[in-house]
Design a protein around this ligand. Structure first.
Ligand SMILES: Cc1cc2nc3c(=O)[nH]c(=O)nc-3n(C[C@H](O)[C@H](O)[C@H](O)COP(=O)(O)O)c2cc1C
Length: 253
C-alpha cells in the first residue's frame, strides 16, 4: 500500500508540514509513503494543451491508496494552494455526463485523511467552526472523486508553534498507523445504519415507557406493538431521508 501526503501550505517546514510528517512517519513498513509539496509544482487547469505537471501529479495520485491532504486554514477557508490543486484536478476526477456531473472512476474507493491548522483557539474553533469550511471543501472535492474519508485532524492555536506537542504527535502517529490498515472498500455504511436502528429502538422504548407512565392504559401487548411499529416506521422514514440527503443529493440530478 502507498500513502501520498499532499501539502498545500506556503511553507514546506511549517506546522502543517509537521502534522503531515508525523502521520507519514508513523505509517509502518512495508507500506510506502511519498510527499507532494504543491508549491513545488506550477499547477494549471487543463485547457486542451498538454499538461505535463498535472499528468505527473495524476500518476502519483493513481499510484497511491491513501491520500493525506494537509493545508492550513487561510482567511477562514482552505488555503489557496490546495484549493487551486483541487480545482485543477476536477477535470480529471471522473467521467462527466451530459449535465456536467462527475461520476468517479480512477480514484474511486481510495481513502483520504485531511489535516488543517489555524491560529484560532480550540474552544473558539469548536464554537465558531473556524476550520469547518476548510474540511468541507476537501470533503466535497474528495466525494466528487469517489474517495472515502478516514478521519480529519486539526491543530488549533498554531500561532508561534514551531513544534508539535507530544499529544499531537501521538494523535498523528495513531492515525498514521491506522491508515495503513484501510480496506479497499468501506463497509461502515451498513454498520452505521444498524447503529441507527438500535438508537431509534432505544429512544422509542424510553419515550414510550415515559408515555406509559402518563397513560397507564398502554400496557402489555398493546405497548410492545406500539413500540415495535413506531420503531419500524420511524426508522424507515429516517433512513430514507438520510439516504436522500447523503447519496441522492451527491449525484446532483
Ligand atoms: C494568508 C493567511 C491567512 C490566514 N487566515 C487565518 C484564519 O482565517 N484563521 C486562522 O485561525 N488562522 C489563519 N491564518 C493562520 C494560519 O492558519 C497559520 O499560519 C497556519 O496554522 C500555519 O501553518 P504553516 O506553518 O503550515 O504555514 C492565516 C495565515 C495566513 C498566512
Amino acid at each position: 500500500m502507498k500513502v501520498l501526503g499532499i501539502l498545500g501550505s506556503h511553507k514546506c517546514n511549517g506546522i502543517t508540514a509537521k502534522m503531515l510528517d508525523a502521520v507519514l512517519t508513523a505509517v509502518p513498513a512495508p507500506h510506502e509513503t511519498e510527499l507532494l509539496f504543491l508549491e513545488d509544482y506550477d499547477i494549471k487547469p487543463d485547457t486542451g494543451e498538454p499538461n505535463l505537471v498535472l499528468d505527473q501529479i495524476e500518476q502519483k495520485l493513481i499510484a497511491s491508496d491513501v491520500w493525506v491532504l494537509a493545508a492550513p486554514t487561510y482567511i477562514g477557508a482552505l488555503s489557496g494552494v490546495m484549493k487551486n490543486f483541487l480545482d485543477c484536478l476536477r477535470q480529471r476526477m471522473g467521467r462527466f455526463d451530459h449535465t456536467g456531473a462527475i461520476h468517479p472512476t480512477k480514484f474511486k474507493d481510495k481513502h483520504y485523511l485531511s489535516i488543517t491548522t489555524c491560529y484560532t483557539g480550540t474552544v473558539e474553533n469548536v464554537l465558531t467552526g473556524a476550520t469547518d469550511d476548510t474540511f468541507k471543501t476537501i470533503d466535497k472535492a474528495m466525494s466528487l472523486a469517489g474517495l472515502i474519508k478516514i478521519h480529519e485532524l486539526v491543530l488549533t492555536n498554531s500561532y508561534g508553534q514551531t513544534k508539535l506537542s507530544q499529544a499531537k504527535k501521538e494523535e498523528c502517529a495513531r492515525w498514521g498507523a491506522k491508515i495503513a490498515n484501510k480496506q479497499k472498500r468501506d463497509d461502515s455504511t451498513v454498520k452505521r445504519y444498524i447503529e441507527l436502528f438500535f438508537m431509534v429502538a432505544i429512544m422509542a422504548f424510553i419515550t414510550m415507557g415515559i408515555q406509559r407512565l402518563i397513560n397507564p392504559t398502554l400496557v402489555g401487548a398493546q405497548f410492545w406493538w406500539s413500540v415495535g411499529s413506531f420503531v419500524v416506521i420511524f426508522y424507515v422514514l429516517l433512513a430514507f431521508i438520510l439516504h436522500f440527503m447523503t447519496v441522492m443529493k451527491h449525484k446532483r440530478k
